[in-house]
Design a protein around this ligand. Structure first.
Ligand SMILES: NC(=O)c1ccc[n+]([C@@H]2O[C@H](COP(=O)([O-])OP(=O)(O)OC[C@H]3O[C@@H](n4cnc5c(N)ncnc54)[C@H](OP(=O)(O)O)[C@@H]3O)[C@@H](O)[C@H]2O)c1
Length: 291
């Protein structure tokens, strides 16, 4: 069967595509700009479409029997408002199963998915370990990470584990009507993660916790727009305590423990070494957001 993967050119979606291909499935990758899909593995069919303009998705959905749908788009992770149209089109095109990357809380997307008649599963990663790639420039250049909310603990998941859960749900039975929160094996502070990167790279690294005012000054000096600065500070100020709760999802769905941040840091150590070239864009980068 053909499986349509949205977000396929992104941090998570690339792993979903890779895992499905390795398991022998036919994969169609959605992108707004084909150039973004140029480095996807051979064998992936590329479909052009925009989730915010459902009328562009007909060809992408044609012949697909399962879909992985991202529930938010844009730098500010704005919730997808076109859920009702997309799920109706998917059902009409013969799609039977859908994984939705959303927390499944009450809202338009959740209602649309529940009412769609599709075999649906919400999969929600609290936070990707790959977000730490946003520190790579600073770590390479200054051996220091400077951020506010230094005491926050997050049960970040390795994006490869999130992808494995999604691929398993898309291709196996028994997950309809479920909501899976995917985490790593432990809740870590940013300082814990920097220490793990230091161990993995053999470099001496420092984490410095900033006050909101210090963060504001730093990000202004880096050229962030006020809107982006407020978004980040508001986000961190209002993050619920549940982001530190470790879930058994990976073990239950995949039958093995989740990868640790130490493992992730070891696998990405080269990116944080002083000689490495920047290969990864800063995540949650608001600098391109217009003011
Ligand atoms: N970062 C986190 O910790 C975290 C945690 C929970 C959930 N999420 C969610 O996870 C999803 C994927 O994140 P990521 O970090 O893997 O993504 P990413 O690396 O930022 O890439 C974004 C992906 O979304 C696609 N996309 C964006 N807007 C689109 C639109 N209007 N129509 C079609 N495709 C669109 C992009 O495709 P093209 O550019 O090729 O069109 C790209 O594949 C996002 O929805 C994000 O909100 C992230």
């Amino acid at each position: 069967m053909t499986i349509l993967v949205t977000g396929a050119t992104g941090t998570l979606g690339r792993h979903v595509v890779g895992r499905l291909l390795r398991d022998g499935h036919r994969v169609r990758a959605l992108t707004r700009t084909p150039a973004a899909a140029a480095d996807l593995p051979a064998g992936v069919e590329v479909a052009v479409g925009d989730l915010t303009e459902p009328e562009t998705l007909a060809a992408a959905l044609e012949g697909a029997r399962a879909v992985h749908l991202i529930g938010a788009t844009g730098h500010d992770h704005a919730p997808l408002r076109t859920g009702p149209q997309i799920t109706a089109m998917a059902a009409g095109a013969g799609v039977r199963r859908i994984t939705v990357l959303a927390d499944g809380s009450e809202g338009g997307l959740t209602r649309a998915v529940r009412d769609s008649g599709l075999e649906w599963t919400f999969v929600w990663p609290i936070d990707y370990m790959a977000n730490a790639l946003g520190w790579a420039d600073a770590i390479r250049a200054t051996a220091e990470v400077r951020e506010p909310y230094g005491a926050r603990r997050t049960a970040s998941a390795d994006e490869r584990d999130v992808a494995d859960v999604i691929a398993t749900v898309l291709t196996g039975g028994g997950h309809a009507g479920r909501r899976y929160v995917v985490t790593g094996p432990e809740a870590l502070t940013p300082a814990d993660k920097v220490a793990a990167i230091a161990r993995a790279t053999g470099r001496e690294l420092r984490f410095t916790a900033l006050t909101d005012d210090q963060a504001r000054l730093q990000w202004r000096a880096e050229g962030w727009p006020e809107e982006g600065i407020s978004f980040m500070l508001d986000m961190w100020a209002t993050v619920p305590g549940s982001v530190a709760e470790v879930t058994p999802t990976v073990e239950r769905i995949l039958g093995r423990p989740p990868r640790s941040f130490d493992r992730w840091a070891t696998d990405h150590a080269d990116t944080f070494r002083a000689h490495a070239r920047n290969q990864h864009p800063v995540k949650c980068d608001m600098r391109s957001t217009s003011t």
